[in-house]
Design a protein around this ligand. Structure first.
Ligand code: SIN
Ligand code: MN
Length: 266
């Protein structure tokens, strides 16, 4: 799958691009069911909010077949290879829960800040991909983006170890105010199966979810192979050190898995 020149231009100027309903309901249903089963497991990759609700599950592509297929899906891999002009590997893989009533805030940050400081990534040549597993609505804690902030470079950040259960290099209010005056804020919403691509330096965050509607999103970070991390400090299941290029699966791999899995369960 290739992006059109207009889509490439929107990504270049705005720093983000939404591809609505890129994955079918059949493909997403199986991923949603498996995400819930993963959150029920007690394993080091599943992190919880301070209140005990699941916050994120790391590295599901290494222990779950459906998420492995998603992580090598050509509808996702090919557009990212197109943007970077080279092969990519999986730097990070998380399924963020943002559970009904209990999902907590993600403070304003740039992801490249963490990849550079904690992982020794040379350049912001890694792409964030989010695949919506639930409907993302204006009310259930959508991801908020500051358009064009990817042009601001790597901003000063401080390491927040207090606010949530997840350590994050966060931006101060003056910086966010200045960038929002220039670019505004967008909160892309959409049906399950929609895919959002955003630049590693794009400023983003999300509010808590106090609605009865969960907002599960898979976040994958695909790094250009030549930009592999040089000085990892985080566990392998958070910042991967397998730099082998991803070999895409067939386009129908996920739907075939969904069908065989359904038949096996019947
Ligand atoms: C993130 O920035 O890594 C996650 C944000 C969210 O899930 O809202
Ligand atoms: Mn982030």
């Amino acid at each position: 799958m290739r992006l059109t020149p207009e889509q490439m231009e929107q990504f270049r100027t705005e720093g983000w691009l939404l591809l609505p309903e890129l994955f079918t309901p059949e493909e997403v249903d199986v991923l949603r069911r498996e995400a819930v089963a993963i959150y029920d497991q007690h394993r080091p990759e599943v992190w919880r909010e301070k209140n005990g609700a699941p916050r994120t599950a790391f590295a599901a592509h290494t222990y779950n077949e459906a998420f492995r297929l998603l992580g090598a899906h050509p509808r996702m891999i090919e557009p990212v290879e197109q943007v970077f002009g080279e092969k990519v590997y999986m730097h990070q893989y998380k399924i963020n829960a943002k559970s009904a009533f209990t999902g907590e805030v993600w403070q304003w940050h740039q992801d490249y800040g963490t990849w550079k400081r904690d992982d020794g990534m040379l350049e912001p040549r890694a792409m964030n991909i989010s695949v919506f597993l639930d409907e993302v609505m204006p009310i259930n804690g959508p991801l908020m983006l500051v358009p064009r902030s990817h042009n601001a470079g790597d901003l000063k950040a401080s390491h927040d170890l207090q606010t949530t259960s997840y350590p994050l290099w966060t931006l101060d209010e003056d910086t966010v105010t200045r960038l929002v005056k220039e670019g505004g804020i967008v909160a892309p919403t959409g049906k399950p199966g929609s895919m959002l691509m955003f630049h590693g330096n794009l400023v983003h965050g999300s509010a808590g979810n106090i609605t009865p509607y969960p907002r599960k999103i898979v976040y994958l970070t695909l790094n250009a192979v030549s930009n592999y991390i040089r000085t990892p400090t985080r566990p392998e299941f958070i910042a991967h050190q397998d730099f082998a290029p991803i070999v895409p699966v067939d386009d129908d791999a996920l739907v075939r898995y969904a069908r065989s899995h359904r038949q096996a369960a019947e």
